[in-house]
Design a protein around this ligand. Structure first.
Ligand code: UD1
Length: 444
């Protein structure tokens, strides 16, 4: 059984680099299905969700070439299938982006219901609402489990044509906003998507598609407008240039936030490079409330911007209240990591989780390390303790796993984390990166 072993108590110090965003690249890769020319994507994180996306692209008939670490050339000219292999679709949440991308490309798509972290109910009704509003017919393919209960096993989409229209989402959903963009970008006419999510990865998807010739405005606001286009070949290609366009994935806000919290929790002094400080402001504010120093540092020519997180040795953290919200609020994907830090704060911290109903499975694991936490209907109350002690814990899901790493780094003694496959779905070279700033962590 693979596991991480952490000897806690090392103060993290030095420089660490953030990779491309998981939640962006898992949409950009399916989006290449909409392109009429090959493209190169770089700053691609080395995580298992990317491996699955690339396997799906290959299975559909795409040519995927790894040019170097983190850089791929993708040509979808030979794609001739519209069904995502079910065993691959079930391995990750973001496989649902192949539905929007295949629908936009071929007007047909079929994919098994997505897998990914178990955070409670994860409906896709808003995705289907967007597809249907654009003119697709949805067929839910049902099956029966061993207990005799019926469940939706897969979704099939078919459209004679996709026509631009007004899509009003009932729920602010990252996935539904991204899928609506993917399906609408080549539709006939103008699509207006209302009540959109505003996360940095939505802006990144729009930037990528616009770079390849799409007409998307308003990404990053609640209202996105798309003037449909027949071809997506990159403006240079339209002007006769044969040069392939290279697009760099936006830095990972959540990976950067995880490093910021790890730096604070170990009372360290760490410079986190490759971040967009604007994306980090809510996380930074909460850390400052805890008593950490957080500053944006620029080198003289302004080319290298990093965030420095610094906490004096032996400092006790202040308690903080957190309520998760869609961007630009405090991200649900940072809630478990922040909770790990708050187990060491003086006094009582209250956490309210508004996005996912089952995001507190990590609480039991932190309790085993000595944390004092009570769960409530929609949150947790943390009573800070002076120290955590290492023991054997599991990564219940991706961000819960990140919380275990932070707790292990800050704890006294040895922490063993099992089920690390969850962590490796979303954190690129995490062991090497943390060792680079002084963590005593090994993968065994
Ligand atoms: C994405 C992220 C995930 C993050 C989440 C919220 C990816 C691959 N995953 O997930 O890491 O935790 O955003 O920031 O980018 N909802 C519906 N109907 C739908 C869709 C969503 O009711 O059709 C609800 C969900 O139950 C949830 C809320 O909307 O309560 C937000 O979900 P959503 O933003 O869609 O999350 P994901 O895109 O799945």
């Amino acid at each position: 059984m693979d596991k991480f072993v952490i000897e806690g108590g090392c103060r993290l110090t030095g420089d660490i680099y953030v990779s491309g965003a998981k939640n962006s690249v898992v949409a950009l890769l399916p989006a290449t299905l909409l392109l009429d020319v090959p493209c190169i994507i770089d700053n691609v994180p080395d995580i298992s969700d990317v491996t699955i996306c690339l396997d799906i692209l290959r299975a559909l008939g795409a040519d995927v070439e790894r040019l170097q670490e983190g850089t791929y050339r993708i040509s979808t000219a030979h794609v001739n299938k519209t069904e995502v292999p079910p065993e691959l679709a079930r391995k990750m949440r973001a496989s649902y982006y192949f539905l929007g991308a295949l629908l936009g490309r071929s007007h047909h798509a079929c994919a098994a219901m997505p897998g990914g972290c178990d955070l409670g109910a994860r409906p896709i009704d808003q995705h289907l609402l967007a597809f249907e509003t654009l003119g697709a017919e949805t067929t839910l393919i049902r099956d029966r489990g061993s207990d005799g209960r019926e469940f939706v096993d897969a979704v099939r989409l078919d459209a004679d044509a996709l026509t631009g229209t007004n899509i009003s989402l009932n729920v602010v959903s990252v996935g539904a906003t991204m899928n609506a963009i993917l399906a609408a970008v080549k539709a006939k006419g103008v699509t207006v998507i209302e009540n959109c999510a505003r996360e940095p990865h939505i802006v990144d998807l729009a930037n990528f598609l616009n770079y390849m010739g799409a007409h998307i405005t308003g990404a990053g606001t609640h209202k996105i407008m798309i003037a449909g286009t027949d071809t997506l070949c990159g403006n240079d290609a339209l002007e006769g240039s044969v040069e392939e366009r290279t697009y760099s994935v936006v830095p990972d806000q959540i990976e950067a936030g995880t490093f910021m919290v790890a730096a604070a929790a170990t009372r360290g002094d760490v410079r986190i490079h490759g971040v967009i400080p604007y994306h980090m402001r809510d996380i930074a504010e909460r850390l400052i409330e805890c008593g950490a120093s957080v500053e944006v540092v620029e080198n003289e020519d302004g080319e290298d911007v990093c965030i420095r997180v610094y906490v004096e040795e032996n400092r006790r953290f202040h308690s903080v209240n957190i309520k998760t919200e869609p961007y630009p609020g405090f991200p649900t994907d940072m809630q478990p990591q922040m909770a790990a830090l708050l187990t060491l704060a003086e006094g009582q911290s209250n956490i309210i989780e508004q996005i996912w109903e089952s995001r507190f499975r990590y609480v039991e694991e932190l309790r085993r390390m000595g944390a004092h936490i009570n769960t409530t209907m929609d949150g947790a109350i943390i009573f800070g303790v002076p120290a955590l002690h290492g023991c054997s814990v599991k990564a219940c899901d991706l961000r819960a796993g990140a919380a275990m790493m932070i707790a292990g780094l800050a704890a006294e003694g040895t922490t063993e984390i099992t089920e690390i496959g969850h962590i490796e779905r979303g954190y690129s070279h995490i062991v090497e990166k943390l060792r680079g700033i002084g963590a005593n962590i090994t993968r065994v």
